[in-house]
Design a protein around this ligand. Structure first.
Ligand code: TYM
Length: 351
């Protein structure tokens, strides 16, 4: 079975973008894959070191995974810091990757724009190196994420490729790895080339206030996003107030061009209903937002309320969540250590 890995940061409330771009896909991938889903707490301290309620944040992401339908017995749910092999491999990748690769990341530029180097942690620069380690410490091949993580996954491939080439002879001597062709070059590879799983009708959910901006935890306006903790009334209010244009919905996807808010709401509807945008427009084309929005409210409340309720129930007694994380951590550690033994051997460390 293909091995799937993905992670979510325990920083602030989860929103509809996290759910549609990532968590809903995590759930769908369970049947045909071996899945590892991680609460990336080491990543959470890169932008801000001290968090008021780190434990609560970690538990609430794990609760969201479980509430959304991830089965922690068949698959693995854990928090990153419980498996020190992530940090160990990240260090090695810090020595494989080049500073220039990190400085080119648009997310790094966005997060540091206007700041000077004294204000930016070294961890924030090295963030993608840890992300590559998260995935490759299990030698996972498929990574479901939202569109904003695409560049980080390209970097993961670059790191894997450089490691494979630089250590090609060592990998062969160790008698592990497989022969692959990268570009024109035959390489004896240890790390796989990861495939991002980004598709679907809502790979980038946009702000409800501005269809050209990503829905994000850090947007000052709470009306810009639907949080997984919002109740039905709040969801309804936010969708009713969502920015739109004055025209009716088009009957074909082409007609959404140049209408970012309409495109976003139709994409959200499609993703929540497991349909395509074309399906949604076949049903609602020609109708006004005054008719479409109430349908979207009903759908969003129907899909999200059970998850929100279950999250709340799980957070009432955290011992259950903690036991899931402990068990997942143990199983993840065993798998990660297997890779690290081989990596130490490839590099030539005495162990
Ligand atoms: P994070 O915690 O910012 O977001 C978690 C997931 O939600 C997706 N997402 C969105 N998708 C669609 N529309 C949006 N508006 C939206 N906002 C967020 C993100 O793409 C992500 O899939 N670096 C990662 C966490 C990470 C990771 C990894 C992911 C660490 N290690 C290894 C995959 C594999 C991040 O900060 O996600």
């Amino acid at each position: 079975k293909p091995l799937v890995f993905s992670g979510v940061q325990p920083t602030g409330n989860l929103h509809l973008g996290n759910y549609l771009g990532a968590i809903r896909k995590f759930v769908a991938l369970q049947d045909d894959n071996d899945c590892i889903y991680c609460v990336v707490d080491l990543h959470a301290i890169t932008a801000q070191l001290v968090h008021e309620d780190m434990r609560g944040q970690i538990r609430s992401i794990a609760a969201a995974f479980i509430a959304a339908g991830i089965d922690p017995k068949k698959h693995i749910v854990f928090n990153q810091s419980a498996v020190p092999q992530h940090a160990e491999l990240a260090w090695i990748f810090n020595c494989v990757a080049r500073i220039g690769w990190m400085e080119r990341m648009t997310q790094f530029k966005d997060k540091t724009g206007g700041k000077n180097a004294e204000q930016v942690s070294l961890g924030l620069l090295a963030y993608p190196s840890l992300m590559a380690a998260d995935i490759l410490v299990y030698r996972a091949t498929h990574v479901p994420v939202g569109d904003d993580q695409k560049q980080h996954l390209e970097l993961t491939r670059d790191i894997a490729q450089k490691f494979n080439i630089d250590f090609g002879n060592h990998i062969r001597k160790a008698g592990i790895g497989v022969d692959i062709v990268v570009g024109e070059e035959p390489v004896h590879a240890y790390f796989p080339m990861v495939e991002p799983l980004i598709g679907g009708p809502a790979p980038r959910v946009m702000s409800l206030r501005d269809g050209t901006k990503k829905m994000s935890k850090s947007d000052a306006s709470d009306l810009s996003r639907i949080n997984l903790t919002d109740d039905a009334e709040t969801i309804s209010k936010k969708i009713r107030k969502a920015k739109t244009d004055p025209d009716a919905l088009p009957s074909e996807v082409e007609g959404l061009k140049g209408r970012p808010e309409a495109d976003n709401l139709v994409g959200i509807y499609a993703a929540l209903a497991d349909k395509t945008k074309a399906d949604v427009l076949a049903e609602f084309g020609g109708q006004q937002f005054s008719a479409f929005k109430p349908a979207l409210v009903d759908l969003a409340v129907n899909v999200l309320s059970p998850i929100t309720d279950e999250m709340r129930r799980l957070m009432d007694d955290t011992s259950h969540i903690d036991a899931i994380l402990r068990d997942g951590g143990e199983r993840a550690r065993a798998r990660a250590e297997k890779t690290m033994k081989e990596v130490r051997d490839i590099i030539g460390f005495v162990q």
